[in-house]
Design a protein around this ligand. Structure first.
Ligand SMILES: [Zn+2]
Length: 241
């Protein structure tokens, strides 16, 4: 805190002082959230304690302002017709579309049914669209998820599997965490350990920038329960191939 006081005692003008104060608070806040993050499971998306203090509408307004700054710093003229709506458009897209899976209330309710028909084999939901966003570059991850489970007495509405994949995809993600989050949620929802998740995706941060390799894919898997056994795993892999 010495540093902050010294900075504030400098003969800074009012704006600079406000900026310094705000930065110091932001840094303190960040340090607190990092401290908390260590207490959370690695499976959780790292969120700040105050993640849901602002309403979605307030978030859109704040992001719009900040995004206008970014575009202006880049040198773009926001009075141009084509650009004037971009900051608000991006802000709405972030909050209401591509990162809507950060909001717990958007999580689909997984309604279960009794497995009356005693279907005891594997159920595979194949080729589920994955549109996610790399949290290191905020550009798309595009791919397919294949999800299988073996019923422990309950079954889930099929579209719920797609909706769960979609919910966890609509966040800044790394593919490894996305795979584990889907696996954990299904085990929890279906009350079974017998779950497999396979994601095959292309990362736009690899394809269109940096190494610019547009032909590589990333595959991640989550096998638990019976899917750790070769016989189930092989059947699963055969069904998705
Ligand atoms: Zn990336």
């Amino acid at each position: 805190m010495k540093l902050r006081e010294t900075s504030l005692n400098m003969k800074a003008n009012g704006q600079l002082r406000r900026d310094l104060e705000q930065n110091a608070d932001e840094i303190l806040h960040k340090v607190e959230s990092i401290g908390d993050a260590h207490l959370m499971s690695d499976l959780e998306t790292p969120l700040r304690k105050d993640a849901f203090v602002l309403s979605p509408e307030e978030k859109v307004n704040r992001i719009e302002e900040k995004f206008a700054d970014i575009l202006q710093i880049l040198g773009l003229d926001l009075s141009d017709d084509s650009l004037s709506g971009t900051p608000r458009r991006v802000a709405k897209m972030y909050v209401n579309e591509i990162f809507q899976g950060l909001l717990p209330e958007n999580k689909p309710q997984a309604k279960l049914f009794d497995n009356k028909y005693r279907y005891g084999q594997m159920l595979l939901e194949k080729n589920i669209t994955v549109h996610s966003y790399c949290e290191h570059h905020l550009v798309p991850i595009i791919g397919k998820a294949h999800v299988a489970y073996i019923s422990s007495g309950k079954v889930i509405g099929l579209s719920k599997i797609n909706r769960l994949v979609r919910y966890f995809s609509k966040r800044p993600q790394v593919q490894e965490r996305l795979t584990e989050q889907i696996g954990a949620e299904l085990k929890n929802a279906l009350q079974t350990e017998d779950v497999a998740v396979y994601i095959d995706a292309e990362h736009m941060c690899v394809a269109t920038r940096g190494v610019e390799d547009a032909s590589s894919n990333t595959i991640t898997v989550h096998y638990s329960g019976k899917f750790k056994e070769e016989v189930y795993r092989n059947e699963f892999l055969k069904m998705i191939s």
